[in-house]
Ligand binder design. Structure first.
Ligand code: PLP
Length: 319
C-alpha cells in the first residue's frame, strides 16, 4: 500500500484553494451551499486540470520526456492548461485538437499561443484518430532523439485522478463538513478522484457527477476510481449509494444551454463568481435544478467544486 505522498508530484498550482459557504445563495435556496474554488488555483485562469497535471507531468519528468502531447476540442481548457504547465517545466507542448467548435483565434486558442504551444487541428470526430496521429508523431520525434509524453483527453487516467484524491484530502484538512460533493463530469477523471478521495478521507459523503457530455460515466467514473486505488495498492472500497451521475447536457457537449443562463447570471450577480457555459454553468444549474426537485433530500450541506473554464466566456456567448 502506498501513501499519496509517495507518488511523484510536481508543484504547479497554488494550493489549498479557497473553500467557503456561499452566503447569499445558501439563503436563497434554504440550504448550506459551499464552493471549492479550483478556478483560483494559480495557473492561467485556473481549473481542474492543474491538479491532474501535477501527477501526469511528474511522471513525464521521471520518464525523461522533453515534449508533451495532448488533445481536446478546439477550446479545450485541458489543452490550454497543459500548454501552461508544460511551458513552466521547460517542456515543449504539441496540441492535437479536434477541428470542432470555435476554431477562430479566441478564448483558449489565444492562451495556447501565449504559452507557446504548437497547435494542430485534426478534422475528425474520433479521439482514436488523434491518438493514432500522436503515435505517428511520437515515433517521428523519437527518431530525432526526443521523447514525448502522451496525455489522453482531459488527462483522465488513473494517475491524473490522483489529483482529485488529493483535493479531497485538502478538503478534509480545511475542515469541510458536507454531505454531498457535486462536480461537472466531462471525461470522468475529476469525479473519479473525488469519489475515491471521499471514500478515503470523507467517508459517508456522497458524490454527484453532472454529465456535460454523453459518455457512459456511470461506468467510466468507478472504473477510473478503482484504477487510481490500484495505483496506490488499495482495494476499491465503495458502497452502492456513494455515487450517482445526473446528466445536464442540453443540446450537446459545448453547446450553451438557455436554461443555464439565469443560474450563471445569478451566481455572478449574487456572489461575484463566473461560470462557463460548457462545464461549470451546466453543472451548477444542473445541481440547483436537482436541489429544487428534491434530489438532495435531508439537510446535509452541499459542496460545489468549481472546476474553472472561464476562457470559454471569451470564445462564445451564453445562450
Ligand atoms: C475538463 C473540465 C471539467 C471536467 O473534468 P473531467 O475530469 O474531464 O471530467 C469540468 N470543468 C472544466 C472547466 C473543465 O475544463
Amino acid at each position: 500500500m502506498r501513501d499519496l505522498d509517495q507518488f511523484p508530484r510536481v508543484k504547479l498550482g497554488v494550493f489549498p484553494t479557497p473553500l467557503y459557504r456561499l452566503e447569499a445563495i445558501s439563503a436563497k435556496y434554504g440550504r448550506n451551499i459551499w464552493i471549492k474554488r479550483d478556478d483560483l488555483c494559480g495557473v492561467a485562469l485556473g481549473g481542474n486540470k492543474v491538479r491532474k497535471l501535477e501527477y501526469l507531468l511528474a511522471q513525464a519528468q521521471t520518464q525523461g520526456c522533453d515534449t508533451v502531447f495532448t488533445t481536446g476540442g478546439a477550446q479545450s481548457n485541458h489543452a490550454m492548461l497543459t500548454a501552461a504547465c508544460a511551458a513552466r517545466l521547460g517542456m515543449r507542448c504539441i496540441l492535437l485538437l479536434k477541428k470542432r467548435g470555435v476554431t477562430d483565434h479566441r478564448g483558449n486558442l489565444i492562451l495556447d499561443d501565449i504559452y507557446g504551444a504548437q497547435v494542430r487541428f485534426l478534422d475528425t470526430d474520433s479521439y482514436d484518430d488523434i491518438y493514432a496521429e500522436m503515435d505517428r508523431l511520437g515515433a517521428e520525434l523519437a527518431a530525432a532523439g526526443r521523447r514525448a509524453y502522451h496525455i489522453p483527453v482531459g488527462g483522465s487516467t488513473a494517475l491524473g485522478a490522483l489529483g482529485y484524491v488529493n483535493c479531497v484530502r485538502e478538503l478534509r484538512q480545511q475542515g469541510a463538513s458536507v454531505g454531498h460533493i457535486v462536480s461537472a463530469t466531462g471525461s470522468g477523471g475529476t469525479t473519479a478522484g473525488v469519489l475515491l478521495g471521499a471514500r478515503w478521507y470523507l467517508p459517508g459523503v456522497k458524490v454527484t457527477g453532472i454529465g456535460v457530455d454523453d459518455d457512459p460515466f456511470e461506468e467510466i467514473v468507478p472504473r477510473l476510481a478503482d484504477g487510481a486505488a490500484a495505483l496506490l495498492g488499495r482495494a476499491p472500497s465503495g458502497t452502492p449509494d456513494d455515487f450517482r451521475m445526473v446528466y445536464h447536457l442540453g443540446q450537446g457537449y459545448a453547446i450553451p444551454n438557455p436554461e443555464d443562463t439565469p443560474y450563471i447570471q445569478e451566481l455572478a450577480r449574487m456572489e461575484g463568481i463566473l461560470l462557463d457555459p460548457v462545464y461549470t454553468g451546466k453543472a451548477w444549474s444542473g445541481m440547483l435544478r436537482l436541489l429544487e426537485a428534491g434530489g438532495f433530500p435531508g439537510q446535509e450541506d452541499i459542496l460545489f467544486l468549481h472546476t474553472g473554464g472561464a476562457a470559454a466566456l471569451f470564445a462564445m456567448d451564453l445562450a
